[in-house]
Structure formats: C-alpha cells, structure tokens
Design a protein around this ligand. Structure first.
Ligand SMILES: Cc1cc2nc3c(=O)[nH]c(=O)nc-3n(C[C@H](O)[C@H](O)[C@H](O)COP(=O)(O)O)c2cc1C
Length: 252
C-alpha cells in the first residue's frame, strides 16, 4: 500500500546538514499549524513551542547538545511540556494543584509535545525540509529552563532543528517487525534470536557502507554502548522536574 503520506513517512531520515536558507515565516507557520492539529491528551493542548532565533541562544544550545550544526539550521523549535498555561485557567484549589503537578499530567505534557514534534517533522518532510529531533537539550536541563525563562509546570522536552537538507543520508534499517509488533500479548526476546542476529548483520553492513562516520557495530553493540553511558550525566533531569513543580509522588 502506498500514497504520498506514506511515501513521506517511509522516506524519513534525520538531517543534520542544512543549506544557508532559512525557513520562511509561512513555512514556520505551516509547521506550527501541523503541530496544533496533532492529537492532544484530554484536549488539553498542554505544550508550547518556542522558536529560537537569537544566535546567542542557539550557540548555547549548540554547546549544551554538542551539536553545533543546529546553529546553521533553517529554524530551531524548542518543544515544551506545559501545564503552566492550564494552571492559569484552572481554579486555585488543592485538587487542581495536585492534578497539575501529577505524574499523569507530566506524562500528558510530554506526550503532547512529542506528538506535536513528530507532526512537524512529517509536515516539514512533506515540504522537502529535513529535520532532527533533539533530546540532547536535556544534557543541561536547568540551563535550558533558565535560558528560556520556563515557568513552573513547564519542562523542555525536545529540540527540533529544521532546514533545507544539504545531505541525503542512507536510511537506518529498523528492527524486523516480528520484534516490535505483537498480537494480544508481549513477546519477550532472547539475545540469541536468529532474527535479531540477522538484523545485527544488517546494521553492521549499514554502518560499513554508509557515506560518513563508518564504524564496525551491530545493533546489539549499539544498545550495549548506549546502556554503558554514565547515568550521572542526566541525573539533573529529576532535579529539574522537581524544581519545575512536578511532584512525582502518589496523590495519597
Ligand atoms: C526523542 C529523540 C531524541 C533524539 N535526540 C537526538 C539528538 O539529541 N541528537 C541527534 O543528532 N539526533 C537525535 N535524535 C535522532 C535519532 O538519533 C534518529 O532518529 C535515529 O538515529 C534514527 O535515525 P533516522 O531518524 O535518520 O531514521 C533523536 C530522536 C528522538 C526520537
């Protein structure tokens, strides 16, 4: 089955090199419009989008993420989980305060911001733009919060660098569907699964053959490496969540 929407979705790849061309105001508006039409938990629209155009702020984000190429993107969006706006609309009482600070509402803000982000990615790709979603803004969450004056009950979830592509990287092969799509119950995997081994070989070939940053790595190696990172690097996220007023505790 194929149609233009599926073609766009199935042709996805992250773009990290851009031409000098900035997004037009109409393109920015179109992406924000696409974000706004994404599904939103309990119709609460609990996210905000900050367009970052200040070169100094972009430079700080480049430093935080280690991805200085974002400074050359055609546009940069900061996607924020936002219960602050709804706090301003809700009655000031104990139940409201507990609800807005709950893990449930924290997750809802994160879902909303993330789903809106993917809508922007796909909308951009449908217009010939490329992008990279950036979780590395959380390398220094507290600095991001203060850089953008994020009030209580907000949290920076993702960055999104968008622009006119100056590269067309090979697509990264995904896990075989048998390993991610189950029917009626979860299917645990064993590390020796031959389907996984075949995928490991596929990823090895992908890393060998791709145009840049070639390396000798299977998917399993990749996960082992990811899991070996120093957990302290991101410990500040919990501090930031608490600072922003999320309780992360049961209501009773
Ligand atoms: C939540 C999330 C956070 C990500 N953070 C970063 C990031 O900080 N830097 C980066 O270069 N890519 C980032 N990516 C992009 C992934 O590395 C990329 O999607 C993945 O390697 C698959 O490659 P593809 O998008 O080209 O298919 C992120 C993607 C997601 C969904």
């Amino acid at each position: 089955m194929i149609n233009p929407t599926l073609t766009t979705l199935l042709d996805h790849r992250s773009i990290r090199k851009f031409t000098d061309e900035k997004l037009t105001a109409a393109e920015v508006e179109t992406l924000v419009n696409a974000a706004q039409h994404a599904a939103t938990s309990t119709f609460s629209q609990q996210y905000s989008i900050i367009s970052v155009t200040d070169p100094q702020k972009l430079a700080v984000l480049g430093e935080i993420t280690g991805h200085h190429w974002l400074e050359k993107a055609g546009h940069f969006f900061l996607m924020v989980a936002d219960q602050y706006r709804n706090e301003q609309l809700a009655p000031k009482n104990e139940r409201t305060a507990i609800n807005l600070r709950s893990t449930d509402k924290l997750l809802a803000g994160i879902f909303d911001a993330s789903i809106a982000t993917e809508a922007m990615v796909t909308a951009g790709e449908s217009l010939g733009l490329g992008s990279t979603v950036m979780g590395s803004i959380l390398n220094d969450t507290l600095r991001v919060i203060s850089l953008f004056d994020l009030p209580e009950l907000t949290f920076p979830v993702l960055g999104l660098a968008v622009g006119h592509p100056a590269e067309k990287p090979e697509q990264k092969p995904r896990l075989p569907k048998e390993l991610i799509h189950f029917t009626n119950a979860y299917q645990p995997i064993v590390a020796t699964d031959p389907i996984l081994k075949t995928y490991d070989q596929l990823i090895t070939s992908y890393y060998h053959d791709r145009g840049s940053n070639q390396r000798d790595e299977t998917f399993t190696h990749h996960i082992v490496r990811e899991m070996s990172r120093d957990p302290k690097q991101r410990e500040e996220i919990l501090v930031a969540l608490i600072q922003q007023g999320f309780s992360l505790e049961a209501a009773h």
